[in-house]
Design a protein around this ligand. Structure first.
Ligand code: FAD
Ligand code: EGU
Length: 472
């Protein structure tokens, strides 16, 4: 790749997944010479696409990023709006809880389709080239020289002015960061795995109400279902690997579902369930946090490569997409001077990505510890009522996360502040009730002899005594 002879620099985007493909559009729009390198073959040609989760919840942050590159309408039109969650109780009762006002919804989008559309869009820029079958093996942090392996075993050495690591949770770009001084890194695998099961249409229609995110909260076990355009639902079962391992036969699968998700058995289909449960092993979930996100003016990490989060807030892709806008805003601010943009990006973005990683982990622990369907319904209803009573003061956390671009770390701060307000409110309400009650009692002293007998009768009844103790 010839470079430096042109005034615009060469940007290598490593990873042509969701964030890499979108980022290619952002850089191309700015006029850079963009080269995307992706391990896999072109998924637009491949028949089956293997990978994580079939569909995803797209919300405001992700949509805003798509809007920046003119893709919002197209993707939204291919998604299915989910206006509410539908909570499935163990007895089969379904209760909807809206996400917000009418017209406030999240979208269920097909991962493979979204990825294809983003790659297609990236390719419309003359200054972008997609290189499939290029797996980054290593790169040199001093020179920026990258080494790729091709499927035939051959190697390609390529240079770029800026390397943008969008190569996912197990990023090869990130490996060089681990050798840098003062680089912080942590990764945590949670004890839960996940498994995807398909719920087919019934008589050509969705088997359950379509415009909902269906949730079966059962503490340790949880299932979630998102609708697809082909009128199927993709159900994702979350449970500890230990529990997955305990189920070894088709009959045990049914027994398990009978106990926790009985209403889903006929919808997935008894035989399909027995079969599909064993098709693929449960998949692991990892949380990765690191900082900074850059090395000099040479390399920057975005998306899962910078911050893999557990999926319990539906924000991984949304946060990765927002990374692209944040970077673009800083590019504008600093005139595309990489030596200024990269450190500023790390400074601004790390606290927010860490906040969403922590929130997602917190929600995982919370759901696992004590969220059954009753508790979920109760909490969300209380959230919504408080928001209704004080719309400016109390904004549910998920609303800030899902429907605004409030910086994640500010949403967390605000959430802690609201908690204080609510607790104080409850404290004053309780104090007021006690004080008010006392004043009423002092002003209108009850006649003790009238009170005494019924009270003691009650006590006796409770204690199970037949005789009256009134005269003691
Ligand atoms: P990836 O999608 O992992 O893409 C990385 C790309 O890089 C891949 O194409 C890969 O082939 C390529 N690559 C890897 N290594 C190399 C290499 N060495 N050289 C070249 N290319 C390479 N997020 C949401 O916002 N909403 C949801 O509802 C949601 N649900 C989820 C449910 C589950 C069960 C899981 C596991 C995740 C969910 N997520 C969700 C998170 C979301 O999937 C990720 O955040 C998102 O895919 C990250 O995109 P990415 O492009 O950074 O990484
Ligand atoms: C998990 C797996 C409900 C897709 C978190 C809500 C998720 C998604 C919630 C998956 C939950 C949990 C929120 C959205 C969304 C809720 C959210 C989780 C999409 C707090 C394909 N989560 N997810 N919270 O509020 O903000 O509905 O796999 F069960 S969308 Cl765990 Cl909004």
């Amino acid at each position: 790749m010839e470079e430096s002879t042109k005034e615009k620099k060469v940007v290598a985007v490593v990873g042509g997944g969701l964030v890499g493909a979108l980022n290619a559009c952002f850089f191309a729009k700015r006029g850079f010479h963009v080269h995307v390198f992706e391990t896999r073959d072109d998924i637009r040609q491949a028949k089956i696409v293997k990978g994580r989760s079939i569909n995803l919840a797209l919300s405001h942050r992700g949509r805003q990023s798509l809007k920046h590159v003119g893709m919002e309408e197209k993707i939204v039109s291919q998604g299915i709006p989910m206006n509410a969650r539908m909570i499935h109780s163990p007895n089969g009762v379904q209760s909807p809880i809206p996400y917000g006002k009418k017209g406030q919804y999240i979208l269920s989008v097909d991962r493979a389709n979204l990825n294809k559309e983003l790659l297609k869009e990236a390719e419309t820029y003359a200054n972008t080239k997609l290189n499939f079958d290029h797996k980054l093996q290593d790169w040199n942090a001093e020179s920026g020289l990258m080494t790729f392996i091709r499927p035939d075993g051959s190697k390609a050495q390529i240079e770029a002015d800026l390397i943008v690591g969008c190569d996912g949770a197990f990023s090869a770009v990130r490996k060089q960061f681990l050798r840098q001084s003062r680089f912080n890194y942590s990764q945590t695998y949670i004890p839960h795995g996940y498994m995807e099961l398909t719920m087919p249409p019934v008589n050509g229609e969705f088997a359950m109400k379509a415009n909902y995110l269906h949730i079966w909260p059962r503490n340790t076990f949880m299932m979630i279902a998102l609708p697809n355009l082909d009128k199927t639902f993709t159900c994702t079962l979350f449970m500890p690997f230990e529990e997955f391992a305990k189920i070894t036969t088709g009959d045990e699968v049914i027994e398990f579902f009978q106990k926790y998700f009985p209403d889903a058995i006929p919808l997935i289909g008894l035989d399909a369930l027995k079969r599909d449960y064993f098709r693929l092993p449960a998949q692991a979930m990892v949380s990765v946090k690191c900082s900074p996100y850059h090395i000099g003016d040479k390399c920057v990490l975005m998306g899962d490569a910078a911050h893999a989060v557990v999926p319990f807030y539906g924000q991984g892709m949304n946060a990765g997409f927002e990374d692209c806008i944040v970077f673009d805003e800083i590019m504008e601010q600093f005139n595309e001077d990489f030596s200024a943009v990269l450190p500023e990006y790390s400074r601004v973005r790390v606290p927010d990505d860490h906040a969403i990683a922590d929130l997602a982990m917190y929600n995982y622990i919370e759901m696992r510890a004590h969220v059954n369907s009753k508790w979920f319904l109760f909490r969300k209803r209380v959230d919504n009522i408080l928001h209704f009573l004080m719309p400016k003061t109390i904004i549910p956390l998920y609303t800030m996360v899902t429907f605004t671009r409030t910086r994640y770390h500010e949403a967390v701060n605000r959430w802690h502040w609201q908690d204080k307000v609510i607790n104080r409110g409850l404290f004053f309400a309780a104090t007021g009730a006690i004080l008010g009650g006392s004043i009423v009692l002092i002003k209108n002293p009850p006649q003790i002899n009238k009170l005494r007998i019924p009270t003691e009768k009650l006590l006796n009844k409770l204690a199970g005594f037949g005789t009256s103790l009134t005269h003691i």
